[in-house]
Ligand binder design. Structure first.
Ligand SMILES: *Cc1c(COP(=O)(O)O)cnc(C)c1O
Length: 384
């Protein structure tokens, strides 16, 4: 028997790797200086640790350390990228393109732009959750300055064709931002080859601590200009003021280093467990289907619809397993998720459960969950 409870909500957050915690601890108790203090050894040691972490995070994504801006997480990174770029193009006509299935932090930033009179286009998606490149081409205007499309969707796992999207943006001199939060640490992402100009990531989705993230800002070809959203001491090359979260940044760096070293095996393991879960559920439980793209999907995500069942009832009947119906990111929201609605699920949106495996998930856990879900689904359907 596996140990309970089983955690399968890894698209919401992940366990902090104990190796990451160990790396962080001295930065609370001994090396507690402010990384901006340049007059004593406490500050120098903190600054050096931040510099090491910057190199580690940059290395994971094929970037230059100077292209990393520390933030409080991907929510802030998305805000900074979108509002920061549009603020740097003050013309009222400046146009922004995104998609209806983006994370709330992108959609709410887009609404913010609209309220301040900017023009925004929201691309729709197909039933797999992908945008169409011809829709994107049709949406470009001479005034388009930024496109923001996520790399991997946090609810249904669908990957967008970011290389093609980036190429279309490049041809037109339009900047491309991608929220890659769900992909980093689970699959190779290299900005040496990908035509992405700004990219959001966060530590807690890759076994790092909560409350620390980064925005990648390309420095050459093109050099991205960004207007700071936080006024203050001008930290992070003036792009994000505020005393750095040194211990968190150290943890993020360590998480990135581990991910880089273990990426090949980790990706293979995640895909193996994900596919075992998908094939197990679709093969043994009637009236199930996989939401999102069948192949172009996050290594660790399976979003499954159970016909004729309320997802909330299924989750409530399975207290041994940490699961969710979708995003934890719009915590106050009620009603079906905007992503499941956008792929046209209709009533099935309320019957869909998100499963997310991780570095710590075992085959035994997956097999137990598949068996148990089958039992519960039959019982709930009999009761109806
Ligand atoms: C979790 C998540 C975020 C938000 O990240 P925080 O660090 O929690 O602010 C943004 N985008 C995506 C795709 C996510 O999965």
């Amino acid at each position: 028997m596996p140990t309970f409870p089983i955690y399968l909500d890894n698209n919401a957050t992940t366990r902090t790797d104990p190796r990451v915690v160990d790396a962080m601890l001295p930065y609370f108790s001994e090396i507690y200086g402010n990384a901006a203090s340049q007059s004593h050894s406490f500050g120098w040691a903190a600054a050096e640790a931040v510099s090491t972490a910057r190199t580690q995070v940059a290395a994971l994504i094929g970037a230059d350390p100077r292209e990393i801006v520390w933030t409080s997480g991907a929510t802030e990174s998305n805000n900074l990228a979108i509002k920061g770029v549009l603020d740097a193009f003050p013309s009222a006509e400046s146009h922004f393109i995104t998609a209806v299935t983006e994370h709330q932090a992108v959609l709410d930033s887009a609404r913010h732009l609209e309220r301040s009179g900017r023009c925004v286009t929201y691309l729709g998606v197909d039933t797999n959750g992908q945008i169409s490149l011809s829709d994107l081409v049709a949406a470009f205007k001479p005034e388009t300055v930024l496109v923001s499309l996520m790399m991997g969707n946090n609810e249904i796992g669908t990957l967008q064709p970011v290389a093609e999207i980036g190429a279309l943006c490049r041809e037109r001199g339009v900047l491309f931002h991608s929220d890659a939060t769900q992909c980093i640490g689970k699959m190779p992402v290299s900005l040496e080859t990908l035509p992405i100009d700004l990219m959001s990531l966060t530590a807690h989705k890759m076994h790092g601590p909560k409350g620390v993230g980064a925005l990648y800002v390309r420095r050459r070809a093109p050099r991205v200009r960004l207007s700071a959203q936080m006024d203050g001491g001008g930290h992070e090359r003036g792009m994000r003021s505020g005393t750095l979260n040194v211990s968190g940044i150290v943890g993020f760096g360590k998480a990135a280093q581990i991910s880089q070293e273990e990426l090949v095996e980790e990706q293979a393991k995640l895909i193996f467990l994900r596919d075992r879960l998908i094939n197990g559920l679709l093969g043994s439980v009637e009236g199930t289907r996989l939401n999102g793209h069948p192949t172009e999907r996050l290594p660790n995500n399976a979003n499954i619809a159970f016909e004729g069942l309320e997802a909330d009832a299924l989750i409530a009947s399975l207290p041994e397993v940490a699961l969710s119906t979708g995003s934890a990111c719009s915590s106050e929201a009620i009603g079906p998720s905007h992503v499941l609605s956008a792929i046209g699920l209709g009533k099935l949106a309320n019957s869909s459960v998100r499963f997310g495996v991780s570095r710590y998930t075992t085959e035994e856990e997956v097999d137990w969950v598949v068996g148990k879900v089958g039992e519960i689904v039959s019982r709930l359907r009999r009761l109806k």
